[in-house]
Design a protein around this ligand. Structure first.
Ligand SMILES: NC(=O)c1ccc[n+]([C@@H]2O[C@H](COP(=O)([O-])OP(=O)(O)OC[C@H]3O[C@@H](n4cnc5c(N)ncnc54)[C@H](O)[C@@H]3O)[C@@H](O)[C@H]2O)c1
Length: 276
């Protein structure tokens, strides 16, 4: 449903050539925002921008590697030139392809190039986009900076050492930005996302893994990209004008329960069946 709550606002969304970022681009556009679709995959960014324009929205696609300072600086200048302002920055880009996931392992088996890449794209990229977008927001004394993060940024797990560390950093950045620029009208928040795979991502995960993760969410089902995009739209618009410097958890309760909950649930079920 379009509310017009972002009418005329300009939003940069990184990594929006696919997955959650693309859904965020479509949903923010449906609320009236003009979207800069940023991705290292220029063709994918172009298709998302075209799909927004086909529905009557305004969008521009800019191929950018967010880990490159030169490219980010040029991208922000291009967005400013194209739309005249920047109101929202959603730092969503992350390097998550299969090769990266296979190399970003436990510390003893960590491929340091994969570590460097995770930190460069996920963390440095978000810092760079913030560094160049916030001065434009300060010109209008208003802006909302959002960071896509994950429970892996605060809970230990078996692998993805670089990814998890980058996501932990992304929970600190909104606090810093809120403290540094809050008095000048800039808000900053993170969204801690549970498993909300895009439709095509379901097939790339083994069914057993999906079952374990579904069991550990407290909602009947895993999340959807739309559910995450709705939270991002809330943080982007004035409905959240008193929310800053925090992490909003949108994870279906994944991080809110005791580690023993799933085993206890299975035990209670067994007791119910056997009268044990
Ligand atoms: N989908 C989930 O269930 C989930 C859960 C927790 C957190 N997240 C977070 O949400 C965000 C989006 O996740 P997703 O599942 O849609 O991932 P995705 O892999 O589908 O999308 C990531 C996008 O980032 C782009 N990208 C990669 N490297 C880049 C670079 N150097 N410069 C610019 N763009 C680059 C990719 O091309 C891709 O379009 C990520 O930050 C991820 O960590 C997602």
């Amino acid at each position: 449903m379009s509310t017009g709550k972002l009418e005329g606002r300009v939003a940069i969304i990184t990594g929006s050539g696919g997955g959650l970022g693309a859904e965020c681009a479509r949903v923010l556009a449906s609320h009236g925002a003009h979207i800069a679709v940023i991705d290292i995959d220029g063709d994918a960014a172009g298709s998302v921008a075209e799909s927004i324009k086909a529905l009557g929205g305004q969008a521009v696609a800019i191929r950018t590697d967010v880990s490159s300072e030169e490219q980010v600086q040029a991208m922000v200048a291009q967005v400013k030139q194209h739309f005249g302002r920047i109101d929202v920055l959603h730092n969503n880009a992350a390097v998550l392809n299969v090769e990266q996931r296979q190399k970003d392992r436990d510390i003893c088996n960590l491929d340091m190039a994969a570590w460097d890449r995770a930190i460069a794209v996920n963390l440095r990229g978000a810092v760079l986009c913030s560094k160049y977008s916030i001065p434009v927001m300060l010109e209008q004394n208003r802006g909302s900076v959002i960071f896509a993060t994950s429970g892996l940024g605060m809970q230990g797990d078996m692998s993805l050492t670089g990814y998890a560390t980058s996501k932990a950093g992304l929970m600190m950045l909104p606090r810093l930005i809120a403290a540094q620029y809050g008095k000048q009208g800039i808000r900053a928040n993170a969204v801690q996302i549970g498993l909300a795979p895009a439709e095509n991502a379901h097939q790339s995960m083994p069914a057993e893994v999906l079952d374990i993760l579904r069991d550990n969410h407290l909602t009947p089902e895993l999340g959807t990209p739309r559910q995450i995009a709705d939270v991002v739209a809330f943080l982007a618009c004035d409905e959240s004008s008193f929310v800053t410097g925090t992490t909003l958890v949108a994870d279906g309760g994944f991080s809110s329960h005791t580690p023993s909950l799933v085993a206890m649930r299975a035990l209670f079920e067994k007791m119910g069946k056997t009268g044990m």
